[in-house]
Write a protein that binds this ligand. Sequence first.
Ligand code: KIV
Ligand code: ZN
Length: 545
Amino acid sequence: MTNTYVKIFDTTLRDGEQSPGATMTSAEKLEVALHLARLGVDVIEAGFPAASPDDLEAVRRIAVEVGNPRPGHPHAKVPVIAGLARANQADIDKAWEAVREAQKPRIHTFLAPSEIHMKHKLKMDPEEVVQRVSEMVAYARSLCADVEFSPEDAGRSDPEFLYVVLGEAIKAGATTLNIPDTVGYTTPEEFHKLIEGIIHNTPGLDERITVSVHCHDDLGLAAANTLAGIRAGARQAEVTINGIGERAGNTSLEEVVMALRTRHPIFNLETGIDTRQIARISKLVSNYTGMIVQPNKAIVGVNAFAHEAGIHQDGMLKHQTTYEIMRPEDVGVNQSRLVLGKHSGRHALRTRLAEMGHSLDEVELDKAFARFKELADRKKVITDLDLEALIADEFYRPRDVYLLNGLQVACGTMGMPTATVRLRGPDGNVQTRAAIGTGPVDATYKAIDMIISVPCTLLEFNVHAITEGIDALGEVTVRIQGENGHKTMDAQSEIEHVRVYGGHGADTDIIVASAKAYINALNKLIIARTEGAEKVKNDFGVMLG
Ligand code: KIV
Ligand code: ZN
């Protein structure tokens, strides 16, 4: 019987997060992993444990908390939790240490068999590569029953040599063979042929081994190549939310899943994804990484379901299918219906949040309700999108090292823009500073810098309205880079990245939202610098945990 199920292997937290500028805190990674599990992914690649002690600890927490049945949800699907490792014992040991507490752990190890990588990066000859793959897959298998092997840069490797390397990996115990087009070089026809060739010619490959595809988007062909690989017989697709990842990114989860669903008659394949959750997790990842989704991005861009041209609008009014191949509600868009207002009570809020997938305890609900009432005083109707922003702002941020306690701004055409900022610090002390700037945001950021004084560069600042109308909630995302910052190892090389931190803030006042976003990013930078693994007492003498 042909297998019609395609496993979705999400690598947002590894290939996605390790791309410069997409850094998330451990708390954010855990939250994304919980949402990925709820979305229904089959495998979560939670990180590259050898990169740093923080990365190892973040993967371990995900393995424990997301890789096991959740309290109150004993029958929910539990995803496999994978950790990446280069093909050496030290990396494999760290990956195993990180994932071993999951119900279904996986070690994912890789080595490049392409001419270019063997000669210039690895400085190994083909025989050495074959031997290393055999030894390291066997070593991983001695620790874990589920081992994935990836011949990095397979898209530019000699297919005949690939068959040999993959055959050795199978002999050594690999259970999944993942074929990466690491530099996004191939075309769909070539990639189809590559996967077909592997399936037909790899010694020992049978239905017990899953063939997987992993594509990058350097030529904008990642989703097309992934689908071509699936049509050739691959039954696992490695993807990321919003397609984030190295350089131009990885294949985006939403594009592959919606292509398989929308064109079901030609693919005849299923996934386990609850597509109605796509919009929400896309937003969450964008908020945490500070990486804005381009407006015209397929499936999750704000324009993906907008019809501007009169002729299109006319068609849509006559029948939705004239210009729409998917229903927005199928990916969780169009949640801007009016839901709650000033007079809605705590129970209505709890019910709506539960329907949206947020189960809050009593204390959290109290906080959410207070924020909701505050917003309802300033905004007549509150939509699901407002609630999402409010929840993200209140709960899904790292622990507050500094917290905005007050802000007063004077600006306009007369005089210098001036901001007075009051922050509560980690020791509970409140500090107030005033600064002038070129505009109200600049003045606010200068005043914040006077209090926090962590040297950093503001790389990006974005502001947009969440919903329509003059009373709309404004949302700000920023990205900052610390000087002499916190470094992590690149999974594919020995190079270290200086990390970039994203921050997010939402408020009906965009200057307040801007202040919150900047403080949020600075808090992440401070936590990353002071927090080692699962500990610790920070520089300020208080427990951050
Ligand atoms: O792109 C790539 O080759 C990878 C491997 C480590 C799977 O990310
Ligand atoms: Zn990759």
